[in-house]
Design a protein around this ligand. Sequence first.
Ligand SMILES: Nc1ncnc2c1ncn2[C@@H]1O[C@H](COP(=O)(O)OP(=O)(O)OP(=O)(O)O)[C@@H](O)[C@H]1O
Length: 584
Amino acid sequence: PGVTDLGATPSSKQACFCYVMLAGISEVLSSVVEDVSEAVNRNISGSQLLHELLSAPWLRALLKIYECLMRFQRLSPSPLLPCASGLLFEVRKAHRPSAEARELYNLLSSPHVQALLSSHDSVAQSDYLPVLSPLPDELPEDEEAMRIVCLVKNNQPLGATIRREEVTGDIYIARVIHGGLADRSGLLHPGDLIVEVNGNSVVGLEPEKVIQKLNSSIGTILFKVIPRSTQVTSSQKPVYMRAMVDYCPLQDSSIPCPDAGMAFSRGDLLEVVDQSDALWWQARKLPCGASFAGLIPSASMLRSKHKEQWWCHPSQVHTCIRPCENISGFRRSFRLWRRTSYKRRRQSCTSCSPSSSALSSPYEEVALYQRLPQENHRLIILIGASGVGVNELRKRLIKLNPSTFQGPVPHTTRPIREGEQAGREYHFVTKELFEYMVCNHRFVEYGESKSHLYGTSIDAIDEVIKRGRMCIIDVEPPGIHLLRLRNLKPYVIFIRAPSPDTLRQTRRNARLITSYAVNRAFTEEDFLELEDTSQLIDAKYKQYFDSVVVNDDLQDACMQLCSIIQQAQNEPQWIPVSWLHGEE
Ligand SMILES: Nc1ncnc2c1ncn2[C@@H]1O[C@H](COP(=O)(O)OP(=O)(O)OP(=O)(O)O)[C@@H](O)[C@H]1O
């Protein structure tokens, strides 16, 4: 039985057959009885009766049936092939089909499996279209090998770009997009000369016209190409890069094919699969969603684009949060200074665009890094708008686990006070030593408050890390650049302001540090400034953020921070390759 016969049980079929047989025999017998009774009634002689009986059609029919049954008995049916006996066994079992058999039956009879089986049969019988006309018997000696490529285009783009040779007007495949339709076919390669598309010659046509032809083709596209004489097999290993700038192909007039372009934003992780072209690379965004790559400008291309943009719109490329010359750490006096300085700087800047370092390196090569247990902990940097709660979160973390988390001890030129201990609250240093450290770039941040200098030094951070602790600092965003060092391998967490409603709701009873004596409640102006600054930092520095925590509920934010820090120290993370083995 075929798949579709699984439902009918063999016993019911046999019963049906027997019924047909019995109906025939009873007909024959009733005709025998009829003939005999007729002969008796007619009172004919015995020999005549015998002759009539023996020549009666019913007797012949009975004898035929008898012969058939005897033959059937001699040749009792047996399976022709061993697999057929297995099949028979299965069929017998199918009298009461098991749950598996029923499931198999359902699966096999589903439309897509039926379609798959039918496709398989077509392929197995080479039953596919179009049937190409046979090659002429006699080909000229100098005839170039022509390849006829048939692609079935669905909604996806073709996945190849073309270029025109200016002198000859020939149209060539310029590049094949990784994972795209053309690439998967394995039949079109960069450098192949396109002679015809769907039977129409393309030689001498403008590339736009060819693209139009291709775009308007639905279903099958038939290419006639002369393959490039030497095929270049590209076996490039993917390179992973962090985008340090934003890019939108639809706004880029220089891209060879905007449809093949891939947009990305600062901070996106890109898997660059092809760098063979000096101007246009091919990449996928990670975590990988698309099966095919997109075109992105090469690093040199992006650099020249940004230079060009700078000359056209120089006002857009200044930084809205400039590197600070005199900003301080996290003690109360530092933070007071920070608040006032922040306001001043915010007023003078209105725009937000990539910094100069992003322009010089639009992509940063990264690799996965897993910290080994014997290695130093990574530096944890918290970044956030003033008032968002960076200091509060940091204090809570340290309080929660003082043997694990620690902040660096700041330096100051102010005299030591009663109850203070050198190296505990501050490193108390002379003004000369402080200035010497400034000249030698030893401070991540420093500033002046009430004629005294305060600063957070790289050495103080190092000290904490070397003691085996996890150093947690909060710095103003420009400080990130100074801390991106191989030995510190900083992990940056952005503390983002919650939605405007949640911000106002959660900070109803919070106090803002405004002076040594007075902590006042948040005003509407504070909220607006906080939201504004939070968005600005996010937009300008997101390429450096490894994680983001929204500080809505303090307890939740603190817990989230703990688990992110744990992951940062113990799970593989993407870091710049220069932190693994390169120069700092
Ligand atoms: N999620 C929160 N819910 C309620 N209050 C909060 C929350 N986060 C912080 N606060 C409170 O907001 C105030 C400002 O926080 P904090 O001093 O940590 O700000 P900051 O980001 O360090 O800014 P600055 O550098 O200006 O001090 C503090 O009183 C703090 O307790």
